[in-house]
Write a protein that binds this ligand. Structure first.
Ligand SMILES: NC(=O)c1ccc[n+]([C@@H]2O[C@H](COP(=O)([O-])OP(=O)(O)OC[C@H]3O[C@@H](n4cnc5c(N)ncnc54)[C@H](O)[C@@H]3O)[C@@H](O)[C@H]2O)c1
Length: 256
């Protein structure tokens, strides 16, 4: 559909949820994949599904917050795939916590994965993209990166930072032919993070996400594929004049 067959992409957090959906969407386009995740068996499943679509896959168990491990895995995967045209910074963690409850350890952990992970993986692929004079990066932020959600202090802080990084990277890298955009998902069902958020909401006596569908202008909650479709477009040459943008995939729940 987007004429990106034969290109190569590194996707973080590709084992489960939205990351897996992005991997399979790009595999269906014929994009060769480097897949990073902490969760070995989930990563293996995504890799198997992508390979059955006929693309090359390099799967690595990597913690994105570990810069040295990211560098090693990126170098290995880059050798297998011949460098990277695309990077999708998707891996993140999310735990419900207010500023009152959050301690330094919790705050540091969320920032190390959600913010430092974006930094580490971007730094690892950039030398190759700069040398090639082209590339496209999509960072997965959240609507919680545009408006604060109650009791998600560290997560919201990290996702606001991802939008800031997206804009700052875009203005530095445009002249080098590298575009950087973000996707801000709304309430996306059928992912482990969403299941955990639902369980936490239940434990606190809060309404389930299904109740929220009524407040979504499109009258449905999101699916991982809704985010993956947006990522595929932003990576492709069809989005060639888009950079520094943070696109909401929220069914109209958030419009700014
Ligand atoms: N699901 C939603 O409603 C929603 C809404 C807004 C934004 N998002 C964002 O979308 C992205 C994907 O969310 P999801 O719901 O699919 O999450 P998920 O928890 O279902 O999947 C995240 C994946 O990242 C991996 N991961 C976690 N920490 C890692 C680390 N340190 N290194 C490498 N891999 C790691 C996990 O193993 C998992 O496979 C995240 O950036 C999240 O913040 C999700």
């Amino acid at each position: 559909m987007y004429e990106i067959s034969g290109r190569s992409a590194l996707i973080t957090g590709a084992g489960l949820g939205i990351g897996r959906s992005i991997a399979l969407r790009l595999a269906a386009e014929g994009v060769n994949l480097a897949l990073f995740d902490l969760h070995e068996s989930a990563l293996g499943e995504t890799a198997g599904l992508a390979r059955s679509a006929g693309v090359k896959v390099a799967a690595h168990v990597v913690d994105v917050s570990d810069a040295a491990a990211v560098d090693t895995a990126t170098a290995d995967a880059g050798t297998t795939l011949g460098g990277f045209d695309y990077l999708v910074n998707n891996a993140a963690i999310s735990h419900r916590n207010s500023i009152i409850e959050a301690d330094a350890e919790h705050f540091g952990k969320v920032m190390s994965v959600n913010v430092w992970g974006v930094f580490n993986c971007s730094k690892a692929v950039l030398p190759g993209m700069l040398k090639a004079g082209r590339g496209s990066i999509v960072n997965i932020s959240s609507w919680a990166g545009k408006t604060a959600l109650p009791q998600y202090f560290a997560y919201c802080t990290s996702k606001f930072a991802v939008i800031g990084m997206t804009q700052a990277m875009a203005v530095d890298l445009g002249q080098h032919g590298i575009r950087v955009n973000a996707v801000c998902p709304g309430i996306i069902m059928n992912t482990p993070t969403r299941d955990m958020a639902e369980a936490e909401a239940r434990a606190r006596g809060l309404p389930p996400a299904s109740e929220r569908a009524k407040t979504v202008p499109m009258r449905r909650l999101g699916e991982p594929e809704d985010v993956a479709n947006c990522v595929a477009f932003l990576l492709s040459d069809q989005a060639d004049y888009l950079t520094g943008q943070s696109i909401n995939a929220t069914g109209g729940l958030w419009t700014n």
